[in-house]
Design a protein around this ligand. Structure first.
Ligand SMILES: [Fe+2]
Length: 268
């Protein structure tokens, strides 16, 4: 599994406080089966602005190597969307230097204002991933659908799996949510004690979707590959079309072969 949303990088935001805490969190993640973590520290203008991010990232990476922890660390940020962000994009890390950028709506800005920023990001070639979709009760389902139509990726925090609202449950079960993350911050509270949540998620969505949400899609994000955004309804519809086409092709082949066969016979 790869966790695309975490605050394990120490002393950059409100996540891990020091190197020791970063390592403890990473050890927990490894024991759970994670093989990759994106250090998606908050980027909040005037509050968290990647101060000495690179230096701390290198220290953490070296420590992980020294301790032979079998995990890859990737750079990233969780960008707090507000009007001014377009001016600071050069300082913000996308996930592993790909087109994917993790973003959050952190205050009840007017929805239209968010959409303008999302559109501007898409225009510049980014693929926004909306962090913890469960945190926006003020966004109506139809507005989520508009974001989905713009190919915004929805990420859900794993801990939400036990307390999902009807809306989030719908988004998860119908296949609108494409990736889960831990949003791990610190040891003892928001950490990697998520085994129960992983099991619950598997129970709800089934093995295949579980692997997509925790492993395949996060891998595609980190590798800058496209994600299949097909929802459950679309998948069913496409399967019907495919099976109809299959039947049609079968009948056509039978007829065509039949005609050929007749010709052969007549020649003989
Ligand atoms: Fe976060």
């Amino acid at each position: 599994m790869i966790d695309i949303h975490s605050h394990v990088l120490f002393a950059v935001d409100d996540g891990a406080k020091n190197l020791e805490e970063s390592i403890k969190l990473i050890e927990e993640a490894v024991s759970l089966g994670y093989t990759g973590i994106v250090c998606s520290a908050h980027y909040k203008i005037s509050k968290f602005e990647n101060r000495r991010y690179d230096e701390k990232f290198n220290i953490l990476k070296e420590e992980v190597l020294k301790r032979k922890l079998p995990i890859s660390l990737y750079k990233g940020n969780e960008l707090d969307l507000r009007e001014k962000v377009l001016k600071v994009l050069d300082n913000v890390y996308t996930i592993n230097d790909t087109r994917y950028i993790l973003v959050e709506f952190s205050r009840p800005l007017i929805y239209e204002a968010y959409i303008k920023i999302i559109d501007a990001l898409i225009e510049r070639g980014y693929i926004p991933i909306l962090a913890h979709v469960e945190r926006y009760p003020y966004i109506k389902l139809q507005d989520f659908m508009k974001l989905y139509d713009k190919k915004v990726i929805f990420q859900m925090n794993l801990t939400t799996v036990k307390t999902m609202s009807k809306k989030v449950k719908f988004l998860l079960e119908e296949g609108y949510i494409q990736v889960v993350g831990t949003d791990a911050h610190r040891v003892g509270s928001r950490d990697y004690s998520v085994l129960g949540h992983l099991n619950k998620l598997k129970k709800i969505v089934g093995e295949e979707r579980f692997l997509q949400l925790t492993k395949e899609n996060p891998r595609k994000i980190v590798m800058n590959e496209d994600i299949n955004l097909e929802t459950r309804r679309e998948k069913k519809r496409n399967e019907k079309v495919l099976s109809f086409n299959g039947v049609f092709r079968f009948i056509f082949r039978k007829l065509f072969n039949g005609i050929n066969g007749t010709r052969c016979n007549s020649k003989g």
